[in-house]
Structures are given as C-alpha cells and as structure tokens.
Design a protein around this ligand. Sequence first.
Ligand code: NOJ
Ligand code: CA
Length: 560
Amino acid sequence: MTEPAAQLGPSAGLDWWQTGVVYQIYPRSFADANGDGIGDLAGITEHLDHLAGKPDSLGVDAIWLSPFYPSPDHDFGYDISDYLGVDPKYGSLDDFERLVDACHRRGLKVVIDLVLNHSSSDHPWFQASRASRSGLYADWYIWRDAPGRTLTGRQRPPNNWRSWFGGSAWTWDEPRGQFYHHTFLPQQPDLNWRNPAVREALLGVVQTWLDRGVDGFRMDVFNVFFKDAQLRSNPRRIGRRGAWSWQRHLHDRNQPELHDVLRDLRSIVDTRPGRMTVGELFDGMLADAAQLIAPRHLVFDFTLIGLPWSAASFARTLAARDAVFGPERWPANVLSNHDQPRHASRFTPPGRVHAGLTVADGRAKVAAAMLLTLRGTPFLYYGEEIGLRNLSIPNGQALDPPARRAGFLFPWWNRDQARGPMPWDGGPGAGFSSGRPWLPVGPDAAQRNVAAEASDAASILATYRRLLRLRRSNEALISGSQELLARGAAGVLAYIRRAGSDAAFVALNFGSGRARIDVPVASPGRAWRVAFSTTERVIGDEVAGATSLAPLEALVTTLA
Ligand code: NOJ
Ligand code: CA
C-alpha cells in the first residue's frame, strides 16, 4: 500500500543524489596501499571509515572516483586506453568490485568518471583508425584532409578551432595522411559521436559499468561530444590573454545533436532505479547548464568555483543561478575539484599565507557551512574537510601536461597543486604511502592531517562532521526552497531554507569584523534556535530580533 503523500517528508520524492553529499576522490592521491607512491583502489577501501559507516565518519552519501582505467597518463587518467579495465597501478577489477561492495555495505554509493568525449591515442580504436582510411574504425574519430598549406609550407588545419590545452585543435597524423581533432591534448583524440558504431560502443560502456553495480556517472565535458557537422570555423572576437578567448565557441561544443544522445544515455541509466549522472559543463554558461539539466540528472555549472572571498559575489551569483534554474532545477554545488586551485588557498588573504592561518581556516569553515546548507547537492573534494591547501610546485617541475605547455598564447595554472597526497597522520609519508608519494606531501602535513583534526573539536574536520550531521537531521537543509536575505551588505550572506514546517536560517559573516544582522520573524509559536555556530554560542539558544555575528562566524538556526 502506498503511504499518503501528506505523511511523507518533503524529500520523499527526491533521490539520494539530491538529498545526499558526494565526495570526490582523486584515486592517485587518496591512499596508497602497496607503497609504490601512487594511491590505489585498495587504499580507498582501507579508508572508508573516514567517509561513512562509523559514528565519527564524515557521513557522506556517495563517492565519485576520478578515472582509474588503463591510461598512459598524458592527462592522468583522463586519457583512457581501455574503458572497461582498471589500470594495474590502481589495482584490478577484483579490487574495484571489493571497493564497490565495501561502499554498498556501509550505504555509500559509487559514482565513476566516464570520459567519453575522447579516448587515449593509445586506445586500440584510435590505433586502428589511424592505420587505415577504409577499415572498420576509419570513422571512429574526426579526421579531415588538409585544405592546403600554410605560407611556411606546413599542412593547413581544417578550421580555426583551438585546443583547450593550447595550440590548434588539429594534429597532422603521418600514418593516415590527415588531421584529427582533439579538444584537449593531441594524445586525447575526440571520438566521432556521429558514427552509430561509436555511439553503440560508448553506450555499451555505460551499460557494462551499470551491470558491475555502480550508482552513477560523472560525465567528463559532456557538452563537447558533438561538434558542428560542417566543421565551420568559430567567429573571432576580441578576447583576453590566451588564444582560446579570441573566438566565440559556437561550433566546437553545445550542438543540438547532444540532446538526442543524452536521451539515449539517460534512458539506459534510468532503467536502474536510483542511478544518476552528473554532467561536467565545459566552459559553459548558466543558460547552457539549465538546458542540460534533466529529471534525475545533474550538471556542474561551476558558477561558485571561481568566486573570490566576497559575500556580495556569492549572493549575486546565487541570485543569478536561482533566476535561470528556477525552483525545478536542482543545482550541484562545488568549491574545489581536481582542476582548480583548492578553495582553502583561494580564500587565503593575499600576503597572509602564514600569518593568516587562523583567518584562512576561519574562512574554510564559513565556506563549509555555505556549501553544506545551500540548496543543491554538495560535492566535496578530498582534503577540503581538513582545509588542505594547494601544494607549491614550481612551474618548471609541473607534472600536469598543460602546465608544461603554458605560454603567452596559452596561460595555464598548474593543476598538480590541487592533487596533493591526502595527509592521514603525522607519520612518514603522512600515512598516505610508505613509499615516495608521486607528489610531495604538503609542508604542514605534520599538523594538518586527518588524525590530528579528528582529536580537535575546533578543527575544520570537526566542523564538517557537525555540519553534515545537522544537514542529515533537517529537512529544510536537505530539500528546502531557498530565499536570499542578506546579499553581502556588511560582508554577510544570509538565506532561509524552508520545507513544509521545517526551516533553517543561515547567516555567514565573510568579514573579519563583527556584523549585526536582522533575524527573520519565526513562525507563530516557534523560535529560531542555534543549531550550529563556529563560535561559542550555545546550541539551542534562541536567536530573535537582531544578532551580532562574530568575525567569520557561520550561524545556522532552525525552527523549534
Ligand atoms: C575535464 C577534467 O576534469 C580534466 O581534468 C581533464 O583534463 C579534461 N576534462 C579532459 O578530459
Ligand atoms: Ca599504490
């Protein structure tokens, strides 16, 4: 018998990926079980207590694993040479199955990364494709003749498209005597989604991993799958530094044919209840994201990830997103990932890297309160729960391939900085590895590590744990509507979340002075009571009329 709707909580119609919190793991850097300096699947399995299943776990609902497939690592796994395998450096398919089982036993879902826009140039499909213009795989990639020669006598590329990783998006291939297209590195040729055989093979990959028990997919750069059928050049425009910005990217992404493929892909995923996708919007706008969000499927719009430490900036961006998404689209909230500088570093006041430690940690706590109380699904990036900072790696020693190609026409940041080993304890190798970690552990690992923060009630880790616990217990924070109240005046961002008779009022002081704020009127017969604060406020105390926020105070009150 179905329960009457009125007796179900407001989140009853929502799925785990709307009500839950997702934790991104970069497998290379999370935990190394066999001491070769590279994180692996067995290492992740050994550290699941940190994430879920124990009273003092973080209490997240799902992990998203960045790629662990066989790869020559020109882009550290985002160049896949076998879509159905596990790279031996990360373990085996058995290790993967053990990890999925272990996650499921403790109620954790597993989301994997699918990189279906391009494969590795080592993939047998590309090897066969470059070998013959008439073979079975001839049209699996985007090949074109050169339309002539340049003034210097070199083959002229088919159009003006640029690679996101610098230079032309076309590379001349001697064996085939043609150019092939690559949105990223030459070692990452773009697959030809217009070819039905390619489509069938890639959808088959989705099916296989579903059969293997995964709960969802993060779809790498999914809005780039289709390019203009006639490969027209992009119109030029005046841009900033870097040739990518000198053209309007009309023809090399966001093509209408994408919707058809997404329908097919999503319908395969939807045959299994509770499965999801989250599409990574590549270099896109809010309106593009809004178009691509579908029932039961999320899109990373990345609007929050680039913002400076400013309540007014967050308020403006949240208001703009609310206006475009409306109440029916569910946002994905992200402050850090494997591509961007870590937010604890981004938010560190300039020139205060050492002296500003307390301020920077204070900001990281306010950021955590925001991420975990805004409407939408929070995606945490491993290490942010202990306030992990960027690694400082000199450009000359960068391992990140685009960082090695950087120049005036191609400004780039070093993504190594956000991919440092997870510091588990203060021991050698920070408990990440008994060997030599592939990237150095941070200089502060002796103090900033999971074990140290676990025993400190005032730590960033303790703050994340408290916030996650509160979020789980409050329907308004999980599924509620969102209304912005303070939009940055006096450095405060404040909003109210409502679901049925539950409500939460959140006030975040981004500033380092005290700030007075008006507290909204509570419902008749009820009062706002402190449910969380980064200061000494007493949990359960009533807050009414107006209150003074301490510097960098994050305050969450709920109706009681
Ligand atoms: C987006 C991924 O997040 C990034 O790490 C990768 O380099 C590109 N896609 C290419 O796959
Ligand atoms: Ca290893």
